[in-house]
Design a protein. Sequence first.
Length: 416
Amino acid sequence: MKYIMTLAISMALASITQLAQASEGCSINRASDVLNCALEQHPSLLQAKSQISISSINQDLANRWLSPSLEVSGGYNQEDDDLRGFEIDVAIMQPLETLTKRQARIKKAQTEFAAATTSLEGQKEITAFQVMTLLNRLRQIAKERGVLIEITKTFSDVIQKYKARPALTPEDKISLDLFQFAFNNYQLEKNQLAVEEKGYLNNLKAILNVPFSVTEKIFYYPPRQWPTLTSITLAEDNVDLAQERINIARARVDFLEAQASAFSGLSIGPYIQTRPGNVGRIDVYGLKFSLPLPLYSNAKPVTAGNLAVWAAEQSYEAKKRELSHSLVGLQEQYILGVSALKQYDIDKIEKQHAQIEELFKTGRVSGALLIEAHRQMSDNVKIYHQYELDTLQALWKIYAGQRKLLSSLNEVCYEK
């Protein structure tokens, strides 16, 4: 018990020290700094690392032999005057496990260590996915806010020009109302973007636990050249499949424990008995053992354990098929998304919008057409960004399925 407490205290102090060092060591200058810091600081990752340390300790404890027990019993004999006195029995009993039970205990500890390691790897991918989504979306918000600022400035100038006129025709009044309504609507959209951005930044601050400045350098961008995905194969060490294999290992451990429950083992050890005799005391030395009798055990736990192993194996095969089909669907989504993005020319849309503004200033197009042009430009930017983020996330999921997301970040996004 003292050993366990010492290890637990040491582990807690080590975790605190690592956290302090990580906090001091995180310097945020670029997008990769944000991601690397998140992979060190994310609360879920810190918890997963602690669980690995605990599982490692449990592995060490599982390999140890069971501790002996001390049995003491006694009484006072007062029936016989010649043999009156205390009778004491003392025994030290060493539990002896069956090989099956010991194997089950060791394999259980090993399985839980593997589960903790797999959980850490899975959490790393989840964290990377989360951070890359946040940094791409923050970049998109900056772009959308710039578009809205430009639109509201144009509408504000138009509104001021209408108000500066000495008199307004009925058509001018309607146009002024339309511009004012559109201006107010875009102001609300700017406020919505500000709220969305604030939520993302608060999320990042909670993850990183270090101060940072929001600049273009911390944004992630789509890859300069979208990867060409011809044939994709699900990796055998995929995190989801690894978790299914752990479930199989757990079921097999339960099966071993069910087999061992029929005969839990015996305890054996020396004993000494001391009692009053006719001349002094009499000491008796011997060997004592206890053996459980499996009178009420049956085969049902073993049968249930065998079925649990079969069910876990079937679940593994089903998950493998599901992930393989999912990768095919993600590949199709990715190819369609890349094709759509290449046809979507945002620069061309912005140029057309600038041309319409010039035509409006010279009186060659109506205010309603100008408002509609701005609405289409704003909507097109948002649609483009949604396609872009969906395509990026499909690509990240494909790379995660191939178990190369963290090792090939430069292929799925880039930083300036």
